[in-house]
Each structure stands twice: as structure tokens, then as C-alpha cells.
Design a protein around this ligand. Sequence first.
Ligand code: SF4
Length: 472
Amino acid sequence: MNRLLHTLPVIDHPAAAARFLHDADRATWHDASLWQVRRKRDRAAAMVEEWEELRALASAIKEHTLSHLDTYLEAFERHATANGIQVHWAADAAEHNRIVLDLLRRHGARRVVKSKSMLTEECGLNPFLEAHGIEVVDTDLGERIVQLANDAPSHIVMPAIHYRQEEIGALFHAKMGTEAGADEPAYLAAAARRDLRRRFLEADAAITGVNFAVAETGGFVVCTNEGNADLGAHLAPLHIACMGLEKVIPRLDDLGVFLRLLARSATGQPITVYTSHFHRPPPGRALHVVLVDNGRSAQLARPAYRASLKCIRCGACMNTCPVYRRSGGHSYGAPVPGPIGSILMPGADPVRYASLPFASTLCGSCSDVCPVQIDIHDQLYAWRQDVTRAGGVSRAKRWFMQMAGWLLAHPRRYRVAGAALRRLLRHLPRRLLYARPNTWGRARELPPVPPQTFRDWYRTHRPAPEHPADMP
Ligand code: SF4
């Protein structure tokens, strides 16, 4: 693995998670809110009899597409161009941002309405455009909230999930003059809608993401629950759609498979409220698609991690992950947080994101809910080994893990060490037991030491063998 030169600070997930957990009420409420979404996803999935077949099919379509990515991308470009869409290729975030800025300048656009797009977050498009005098307004309600708060999204589907209702009320009062203390969701949504309507009408250009681009037709699909992408794209004379290379799918027939999985996995809805198809620019308007690599080809070339490119950004792995739910999206310091972010981001910068593959219990729940069957927990485990080999883990932790490996590899050693530790724990004074190196004990009380090991307990309690051959 290459050690990339990085200019941004290294993300310390455990420290950031500890800060989030400091506000115990918020952490509990965050955990519960996401678990509700996970449960809705479970109910929606259970109502589709062929759910597992759909997942397998989606995974196979993505596998096939990734194996012929160049062919499908070229087919998409060919058909899109024939439809009157102008297609651009960007090797990285900087080129993507330059292309978008050039297009806006060429059309004399100064005010932009943008719908939710993780790719533009990844490329840092908003600050780049603002630095060049372009006003960008995020029109997805959650994105708008974090934009008004000068904050970053903490979830790819619910960007403002870390905000409480009353905090949004106070924010809207400060920024939009809503009534002080008013925090009813309907009232706040109406205020945001009023404010955004004016922005939509004044916009010179609309920027959207792309959920799926169909190689066969040269069209693309944008899914939103608020219709904001559609309104922006239909009102503004210029529409720029930004998509990562992995968003292409071969045929229109494949689309139904993904649409059935996406909304159910994301929010438990049968389908997203607005599933809009864009095939050509309306008369007198311009439609551009920017195809962005930004590290995706490199990820495709890593056999252990290429399946991460199957991701359709539903967020289900975040909603189920016990670490994400309890540590909050910002603790990952990445545009895509949670389990999928933890396997994508080290590919982008293995030094900066070295702590992310360890932000998991490896319980496998992420892989279980993933609608495209990405083996997320296996990849997390593989990244841990790569990061450790590349020196991304502290010497103390490496030493400790080596010791643990040595101990666990030999049953006899393990038994002797366990017996010694049990005796020691009974007599060790608290100040030594809970001393600094015991980071686990900082937040928890150790359970009482059991009088015997499980092995001893089992020996006396196991059922009698039915056949003599079963006797040890
Ligand atoms: S990895 Fe799977 S579960 Fe997670 S966001 Fe992507 S598609 Fe959804």
C-alpha cells in the first residue's frame, strides 16, 4: 500500500467518538433514531418475498458492470451525447470543480441551487465555488440545515440526523427569522420551503447528483424525497449532473432492481417519492454530466476492495452499525462516514483515515443489510491488516495485539494466563486495576470475577453423552 502524502490532519476516530459520547443524552437519542430507521428497513425488506434474490441480482449486475466499466462508461457517453447531453470526464476532485466552475462561468451563472450529492461533498465543491464568487444553496432540507449551521453532513441519506428539533428551530429563528421557540417540523419545513422557493426562482443553474446512469439509453436517474432536484433542474437554464464512475448500470431493465432496493434499504419506503429520469436537455437549455474518477479506478484495481464500488449509497450500513450509531457521523471526519466510508476512505488516503477500519465491532451487520451484498466487514478486516502493515497503528497497540495473538494461539498458555489473571483481579487494588493503561475501565466497571472458568463450568454441567463414542 502506498503511503500517500497528505496535507489534512489525521482522523482520530476514538477521540472524536469520545467527544460525541460526552453528551450522553445526544448519543442515546442518536442511537435510538437510527435504530428506528433500521427497523423500518427490516419491515420493508420483509414485505418483499424475493428480497434476497433481489440483493443477489443487484450484486451480480454491479459485479458485471465493474468488470466492464470502461465499456459501459463509453456506451453511456455515446448515447448521452447522441441525446444532446454534454459529457465531461474528471480525473480528480480538482478537475471536477474546475469543469463545474468553467461551465457556470460560460453560462454567466452566479447563483446555483444544488440537490444532495455526496460526490460534490467529496470534491469540496461548495467552498470552491463560493471562493470563486458563486452562491450555492443546498436545497435538500437536511443539507440546507447543515449549510445554515456552517456544519457538515453526518449521514449520507439524513445529513442533519445529529440535530434535534429544537436546535433546528433555534437555527431557523437566527437565520430565517422564524418565531422564537417554534420547532414543529411542519412549521419549520414550510419556512424552509418559502425561503428555498425564492432561491429556486432566482437560480441561474442547478447542480444535481446522479443515482444511476443507464449505459443503454444515455439517460440518468435522480432520486429525492423532496422533489428539489427536479424543481432546480426544470427551472434553471443550466443543469450540471455530477456522478462518480461507479454509478453506471448497463440496461434500463436493471434499474428496477436497484430502485426496489434503494428506498427500502435507506428509509424503509417502498420507493423514493421522486424518481426522475433525465434523458436530454429541454429545448433552449443545457444539460451536462461530469463523470468523476477521483480514486475510483485505483479502488477498482484493488481486488480485496473493489466490491466497495458496488455501493448505491443507501446508508443502511450506517443505520445498523453499533459504532456509527453511538459515535456519530462526524467522528469519521469523512464525506462518506460509517462502515462503507471506513472501507472507501483509506483507499483515498490510508494515512489520514488509518483509524476508520478500526471503528467497527466486525459484527457483520453492515454486510447483512447491504442491498448489494458488499462484504463490508471482511474489507474492514483486510484494511486493518493493510493499515497495520503500513505502520498506521501505534507501537503499543501493535505490541499488545502481538501478545494477544501469541496467547490466544496456544490453549495451554491461554488457560494458565486466564487462571493467573482471575486470581490477580480478585486482589489488585482499584487504583492499579483502573490505572491509565486500562482505557476500557475508564467508562465501565469490570464484572465480578467468576469463581470458575467456562471450561470448568461446562465440564460439570454438560449433558451426558448419548453414545460412548462421544465421550472425550
Ligand atoms: S455499503 Fe451497502 S448498505 Fe452501505 S450505503 Fe452502500 S449500498 Fe448501502
